[in-house]
Design a protein around this ligand. Structure first.
Ligand code: GRF
Length: 193
């Protein structure tokens, strides 16, 4: 199977990026990480890229807090294109992508979210599930569109909520499920893109 060229974007600790890079290394995910990009200069995800010898870059985000400045988003498109990226993988990327990226990589941007979408979009989805008294939650891999935590669903994994769960314990179990689900979902796309 042809190896799909990935560009991974993240703002934080990068545990999903690590799971993806480990799956590539283990030969279970027929993909190639071309570049890891973060808008946070000292994000651990960039350190993980270096650990796996994957090209990596800091992208200055500009003046906005929740999205990239238009010229930063255009620069992001350029960086991904120059790296030959076919699929953009959001792994804890905390900026909302706008039309420049969405049109350059139409149906080629995916995200992982810590709930069973359409339930609990937005921040701290595990806490939302606990507060709502849900008995099951999970994680979702989906295509990215112009709405937040919205778009066609690619794969989901359920995580039961235990009676004595705290936000931290539940979040930790969801992350374990994410680390299985994301590489598996990308593997599925490798046969389709
Ligand atoms: C994940 O829990 C994911 O669901 C959400 O952001 C988190 C990123 O975690 N979109 P990490 O940086 O991959 O550890």
């Amino acid at each position: 199977m042809k190896r799909l060229a990935l560009g991974i974007l993240g703002s934080g600790k990068g545990s999903n990026c690590r799971a993806i890079l480990e799956s590539i290394q283990a030969g279970t995910l027929p993909a190639e990480a071309r570049v890891v990009i973060s808008e946070v200069l000292d994000a651990p995800i960039l350190e993980i890229a270096r650990e796996f010898s994957v090209p990596n870059a800091y992208l200055p985000p500009g003046q906005f807090r929740t999205r990239l400045e238009p010229n930063a988003e255009a620069e992001l498109v350029k960086m991904l294109r120059e790296a030959g990226v076919e699929l953009v993988v959001l792994a804890g990327f905390m900026r909302v992508l706008k039309a420049t990226m969405l049109s350059a990589f139409a149906r080629r941007i995916i995200n992982i979210h810590p709930s069973l979408l359409p339930k609990f979009p937005g921040l701290e989805a595990w806490k939302q599930a606990l507060d709502a008294g849900a008995t099951v939650t999970g994680c979702t891999v989906h295509f990215v569109d112009e709405k937040i935590d919205h778009g066609d669903i690619i794969a989901q994994s359920e995580v039961p909520i235990l009676p004595n769960d705290s936000p931290d314990s539940l979040h930790a179990r969801i992350q374990i499920a994410e680390h299985e689900l994301y590489p598996a979902a990308i593997t599925k796309l490798c046969g389709e893109i």
